[in-house]
Write a protein that binds this ligand. Structure first.
Ligand SMILES: Nc1ncnc2c1ncn2[C@@H]1O[C@H](COP(=O)(O)OP(=O)(O)OP(=O)(O)O)[C@@H](O)[C@H]1O
Ligand SMILES: [Zn+2]
Ligand SMILES: [Zn+2]
Length: 804
């Protein structure tokens, strides 16, 4: 019987990691558990907010004021268990963020409260209030005009109206109608004798009920309607006559319903390399060791099969398993592979699901109905208990890092959970991040290398074409003659090709040929991107959109030209060059609609196209046996970016995309077009030489003092006024500097590369360090002190993916 609760409240303007004390109403005193969501009053007036119970006690808190009482309890059972509550606490500290943001990140967004603001009359109506309320008891704040709000504020000061905040739980359980037969077969026969012969539907219904009289589980109405054409109206008649009862049956929204019947697959006979890997992983699982394995396996070496068989071993012991896949790698092909092995025991979580679907998958996991979870970044918080294995495929992928609060990396969370559960973690990649590979070098992780493809075929041969030479000969700037010739060959042999256009650091924009004017976003410091599908210019940072200009805004010239190469432009060029080819295009524009991504891949898999042309999206995870040619149209656009990870990203991308060729019996070939054929990232990718790249890049990182030799933290201050942002970052620098040892390095402060985004200016500094015992404390303090004060926003990013 606890009388008092400690609660983390959802108040964005007053962010703090401190729980607040509340009294528990008598009715809830023996039921309120830690991890339950509640609604509590907060601050002055009748404002209510959502909160999470993080502790309960019998002794009154040490608090002088009057203790408020919990207003509502939203859950019957905890939605965050002991493990996840501890994780939230650690994560808030580790990422310099707030526990409330961490807790909300862990739960499906449907469980985040929505708030409405209502205005209500408190006293007798006056002429002024009557004019506004017009007979209504309360008004919805969101519907009011600014002028009305102004008048209401005046009335509020006179205590004539009050503003009420209401919290809504958006989590809705989906139900379907079902029926329950109530009589015996004999009774149904008797009933049928009394129904007139021309009441055909009633006879149908009685026949159906009679046939199912012995079933105890409720019968789903949608299914009955599909089979018999009996509808809810007929059921109501039946219910009135006492033949049946209509009930609401709780159900799940199943995003992969069509895969439920995916043919079951059997474990493959492992290659020697695969067998050693599975053996080591399962042994660690048996010994309950939180060991971290780095599986560095060339593309097509059968890493997925290793994951599946290791998961199998965990399940066989009665444990659960979590498999993380980068967002764009979470293809239907991947889901089918996992569902094919583990059937209905699999839950899938990713951002392509509707909020309702996500909520339902989450509930299946929470209730222990799914033992295997496959999902993108935030699935790392899946409420699995008794975890026996965590897998992180393509561990080098940047989408594992979240770039707003909490700025966490899924790998760090995975390692924390593995320690909690004493279970192994498998990090897999053909091109591991330098961070992970160097940890394996030091023996912190256990390195497992797979040097051969599962089909025992050699890796595809890579030819590098120097586009500088090519340009001298032809005026085609997207297709070398070699690439065209090879594409042509594939058409003749009815084999398939994959073409990648590297879009990083690259976009289509509009420039005036007379004065050089480039159309920029009015809110942000960058040029607007041309989108042919919507015929508009868009800002990729704030979403601003405007019409494609006909005349230059600067000099009124009509000579406006489009620059940059988009996939659309390449597609139309290709149609001219290879008119007989059937082309599928995959980029942000063609995959925006739900299910579009899956559809394109299905069409390609069914040979409805010869060429799959796409952006980076096509580089990951695709496994199509008839792809024998991969072409990279522009390998080096990322190399020019002022980013210390540019070479690493280029190497990874080229290796991944090359790996799409020759995965089955047919030999694969890769053609890479570049303006920098001598660059080491391109040279080494050509030889599939990850180890060579690792050595070379580590030397450079060491010389320049970059990660993984240093830890890094990026601190950013932003404000609508440029000098306020600048002033703040210098003030923060002066606060941090005295706490640092001479071994630490401070870069900046500088304006960010794109200094203005969404009407705000950004200034930043980077702290590079090896061991700084004081740093965490001072940064935590900075974050707590500076939240949303005077329009300043501070962000602190541990191990940022780039400094730009
Ligand atoms: N032991 C095996 N015997 C036969 N075929 C196998 C075996 N293991 C894997 N394969 C097949 O080899 C192909 C490549 O395997 P998989 O997709 O798992 O490779 P991967 O290492 O994940 O590759 P990538 O990193 O390129 O995504 C698949 O078609 C898979 O079915
Ligand atoms: Zn913008
Ligand atoms: Zn102009």
């Amino acid at each position: 019987m606890a009388q008092f609760a400690q609660i983390i409240v959802d108040v964005p303007t007053l962010q703090t990691n401190r729980p607040y004390d509340y009294a528990i109403p008598l009715v809830w005193q023996d039921q309120l558990q830690v991890g339950i969501r509640v609604v509590v009053p907060f601050g002055k007036g009748s404002r209510q907010v959502q909160g999470f119970v993080v502790g309960t006690s019998d002794t009154p808190p040490d608090y002088a004021g009057e203790l408020k009482t919990i207003a509502q309890v939203l859950d019957l059972q905890p939605v965050l268990n002991t493990e996840l509550l501890a994780l939230a606490k650690w994560l808030a500290q580790w990422t310099f963020s707030f526990q409330i943001s961490c807790m909300q990140t862990m739960l499906p967004s449907m469980m985040k409260a929505s708030y409405t603001k209502k205005v209500r009359l408190t006293g007798a109506a006056t002429p002024a209030t009557a004019a506004i309320f017009n007979g209504q008891a309360e008004l919805d704040f969101a519907d009011l005009a600014p002028e009305t709000i102004k008048q209401l504020l005046k009335l509020q000061r006179q205590n004539l109206v009050e503003v009420d905040y209401q919290v809504h739980d958006r989590a809705k359980i989906k139900t379907i109608k079902a029926i329950q037969p109530l009589l015996s077969v004999a009774e149904y026969t008797a009933a049928a004798a009394k129904v007139p012969a021309n009441a055909k539907r009633q006879h149908d219904l009685l026949a159906y009920l009679s046939a199912h009289a012995t079933t105890t589980a409720p019968l789903s109405l949608p299914q009955i309607t599909a089979e018999t054409q009996l509808t809810l109206a007929h059921m109501h008649t039946g219910a009135d006559k006492g033949w049946l009862r209509i009930v609401d049956l709780e159900t799940y929204r199943d995003p992969y319903a069509e895969l439920a019947t995916a043919p079951r697959t059997q474990p493959l006979t492992l290659t020697a390399e695969q067998a050693t890997a599975v053996e080591q992983i399962t042994t660690a699982g048996q010994q309950q060791q939180a060991k971290v394995f780095l599986v560095e396996g060339v593309t097509g070496s059968g890493k997925t099969e290793i994951y599946l068989q290791s998961i199998q071993a965990a399940i066989a012991k009665g444990q659960t398993a979590l498999m993380l896949v980068p967002e764009i790698g979470l293809t239907p092909q991947m889901v089918t592979r996992v569902k094919g092995r583990f059937g209905a025991h699999v839950a899938v979580l990713h951002s392509g699901l509707s909020n309702g679907e996500r909520y339902d998958e989450w509930r299946r996991i929470e209730r222990g109905e799914a033992q295997v979870v496959v999902g993108a970044r935030s699935a790392v918080f899946a409420p699995l208990t008794n975890l026996g294995l965590i897998i992180m495929d393509e561990e080098h992928e940047s989408s594992y890092k979240q770039d707003d609060m909490p700025r966490y990396h899924a790998r760090d969370v995975a390692l924390w959970r593995a320690r909690y559960h004493h279970c192994p973690v498998v990090l897999g990649s053909a091109t591991p991040s330098l961070e992970s590979r160097s940890r394996a070098q030091k023996g912190v992780y256990q390195l497992i290398r797979l040097k051969e493809r599962a089909n025992h075929q050699p890796l595809p041969e890579v030819t590098v074409v120097d586009m500088k030479d090519e340009l001298k000969q032809t005026k085609e700037d997207n297709f070398s003659s070699l690439l065209l010739q090879e594409l042509h060959k594939r058409l003749l042999h009815q084999e398939q090709s994959v073409l990648m256009l590297n879009r990083r650091g690259f976009s289509s924009f509009v420039m005036c040929r007379d004065c050089g004017f480039v159309l920029k976003c009015p809110n942000c410091d960058i040029s607007l991107t041309l989108h042919m599908d919507t015929h508009s210019m868009k800002c990729h940072y704030c979403g601003h959109e405007e019409a494609i200009p006909q005349v230059c805004a600067n000099c009124q010239s009509r000579k406006i030209r489009y620059y940059g190469t988009g996939t659309q432009k390449v597609e139309s060029e290709l149609k001219v060059l290879l008119p007989e080819a059937r082309i599928l295009r995959m980029d942000v524009d063609t995959t925006r609609r739900k299910g579009a991504h899956a559809k394109i891949l299905r069409q390609f898999g069914n040979h409805q196209a010869d060429i799959l042309l796409g952006t980076q999206m096509i580089a990951k995870g695709l496994d199509f046996p008839d792809v024998t040619l991969v072409g990279v149209l522009n390998a080096d656009t990322a190399l020019g970016l002022p980013d210390f990870r540019a070479s690493e990203r280029t190497f990874q991308l080229l290796t991944q995309v090359s790996g799409r060729a020759g995965r089955a019996d047919k030999k694969g070939e890769v053609i890479v077009q570049t303006y920098n054929p001598e660059h080491y990232a391109i040279r080494l990718a050509r030889h599939h030489d990850y180890e060579g790249f690792y050595q070379r890049e580590m030397t450079l990182r060491h010389q320049a003092g970059y990660p993984p030799y240093y830890y890094t933290i990026l601190v950013t201050a932003s404000h609508e006024e440029e000098n306020e942002a600048a002033k703040k970052i210098f003030q923060l620098m002066n606060q941090v500097k005295p706490a640092l040892s001479p071994q630490a390095v401070l870069l900046g402060p500088t304006p960010r590369a794109i200094a203005r985004v969404n009407k705000r200016y950004y200034y930043q500094m980077v702290i590079k360090y090896k061991h700084e015992p004081q740093l965490e404390k001072i940064l935590t303090q900075i974050m707590q002190e500076n939240q949303a004060r005077n329009g300043i926003q501070i962000s602190i990013d541990r191990e940022p993916l780039s400094f730009i």
